[in-house]
Design a protein around this ligand. Structure first.
Ligand code: NI
Length: 287
């Protein structure tokens, strides 16, 4: 019998991408063996949202966020928003994402990105779903938009009733933005980069973040943790992220696993969905 390990949730991975076409089933088996009980797969455009939902229908452990990524947000108009809204009613949709701003790549003009981002934030507020935020080289605009959104949500959206409003995924900003994000009801997502040897700023930041507001993630197939950097990432490696954060904080990794799994369960309201708490989930995934 395998050693009993505290379960983990990979709060952000892209299993629907073609990098997993050849061996997706094996990737899920390895995740299961690493005691990764649930995965959340955010879509990056409508087509990938549909693929992610097909996976969620096939595999109990896969949940989905629907959204249009800033690098795909060329044309987010009323039709695209209506399509997203229709997809979001699926029982395995747990968030709107990933959405946000990315000024690193220049595929989509910033004003288009901002319009698509704000429209999808409105959709999330309407539907009462939390948001998964991608931010890259756009901290100032992200903060300005989310500050206003969080304040209006608090007044008028069913989202106000939920414990958490959103996650800043693959967090790459400073403690100031993290602390402001806590005030908005947000949590912080950390993944592979915290394991990189060169990531001194993240190493310094990780112990200062609130452990009760932390989600673990892989962003697979991207951002592969040390010592697999350069290879394809996969959800089983979320355990390496957990171990690194435990080491940086001087904690037991089982405690980091338990706390982050509890936060992710509450964030995505996984318990309410199928009645199975991740920590007690024991049904075989691939019967
Ligand atoms: Ni991602």
């Amino acid at each position: 019998m395998p050693e009993q390990r505290t379960v983990l949730i990979d709060s952000h991975c892209h299993l629907d991408l073609s990098q997993f076409d050849a061996d997706r089933e094996l990737v899920l088996v390895r995740a299961h063996e690493a005691a990764v009980s649930y995965l959340v797969n955010p879509g990056i455009d409508l087509d990938h949202c549909r693929r992610a939902l097909a996976l969620a229908e096939q595999y109990d452990e896969v949940f989905v966020a629907v959204g249009i990524h800033p690098n795909s947000a060329h044309d987010v108009g009323s039709q695209e928003l209506a399509d997203l809204r229709a997809l979001a009613v699926h029982p395995k949709v747990v968030a709107i994402g990933e959405i946000g701003l990315d000024y690193h790549w220049h595929d989509v003009a910033p004003d288009r990105q901002r319009r698509a981002f704000m429209a999808q934030l409105e959709l999330a507020a309407d539907l009462g779903l939390p948001v998964i935020i991608h931010h890259r080289d756009a901290n100032k605009d992200i903060a300005e938009i989310l500050r206003v959104w969080a304040a209006t949500v608090a007044e008028r959206s069913p989202l106000a009733q939920r414990p958490f409003k959103g996650v800043l995924h693959a967090f790459s900003a400073g403690l100031d933005l993290a602390q402001e994000a806590y005030d908005w009801g947000f949590v912080i997502g950390l993944g592979g980069p915290v394991t990189f040897r060169s990531a001194r700023e993240l190493h310094a930041l990780a112990p200062l973040l609130r452990i009760d507001r932390l989600l673990l993630e892989t962003d697979a197939p991207y951002l592969t943790p040390h010592p697999y950097r350069g290879q394809r990432n996969e959800p089983a490696y979320v355990r390496l992220v957990c171990e690194q954060i435990a080491q940086l904080r001087g904690m037991d990794s089982a405690d980091v696993a338990a706390l982050t799994t509890a936060t992710a369960t509450s964030f995505f309201q996984l318990e309410d969905r199928f009645g199975a708490h991740p920590a007690t989930r024991h049904t075989p995934i691939h019967a």
